[in-house]
Design a protein around this ligand. Sequence first.
Ligand code: HEC
Ligand code: HEC
Length: 219
Amino acid sequence: MNRIAKLLGVMALAVPLGAMTGLATAAEQAAAKADPAKGETLYTQGVPDRNVPACFSCHGTAGNSSAAVNPKLAGQMADYTHKQLVDFKAKSRDNPIMSLYASALTDQDMRDIGAYLAKQQLKPATAKNKETIEQGQKIYRGGIAAKGIPACAGCHGPTGAGIPAQYPRIGGQYSEYTEAQLVGFRQGTRKNNSVMSTIAARMSDAEIKAVADYVAGVR
Ligand code: HEC
Ligand code: HEC
């Protein structure tokens, strides 16, 4: 591994741009190989010598958090989980807890954790508010044309399972967390996706609450 990496480094200096692009792709593919077994160890034990606590202490056994403040991670797409950890580290998604932990993880750690979580079975949350469920469903399936809000289902899928690898799963997530993310996108504390920022900026508190509750129950 090391020798190949060094070799690639040396070659990259010597070869013209076209060939370099080819090499970068090969290097990216090598890095993209993720090991779910290593991911499980990281998830269940953390990295004690880098002060990273076990993820399961907040996110629950196999990614099924039992506290609404901590999102469920089970069954999420590996690429999305990887991207969030990268973004926490870079603080384009700034969260005091997660940005601290992510800053102590390597890119490979992040890929391994993503691969592990993608294989876990989600135990979904449920919707709680009968009064807003219809409004939430309408927004989810059809958007709000008058405000230029597109249907969530168009990207996150009719059952909330997402569309690999660009659009994350959101179905079955705690409504409190989904609401907090939409508010974060709207006020700019979460600025790692411009589409979601634009959408959330057009939504009222009541619309956010209604769709977040619907999303918790969508299957
Ligand atoms: C002390 C509790 C705590 C620990 C320990 C913890 N997290 Fe988190 N994590 C959170 C909270 C709270 C959030 C929500 C942050 C926000 O609102 O943006 C979160 C968010 C996340 C997200 C984003 C989920 C999404 O749907 O976008 C990922 C991925 C994540 N954590 C992975 C990890 C991993 C991997 C570890 C272990 C290395 C870990 N977390 C350890 C509390 C924790
Ligand atoms: C054009 C595509 C698109 C549409 C339409 C869309 N989303 Fe998203 N959404 C995304 C993408 C891409 C992400 C991932 C952002 C990132 O990389 O951090 C995302 C992320 C999210 C997240 C964060 C998930 C998490 O685990 O933290 C929530 C919540 C969300 N969207 C809710 C909604 C809702 C509700 C609607 C409808 C009002 C909607 N989205 C419409 C593309 C879309």
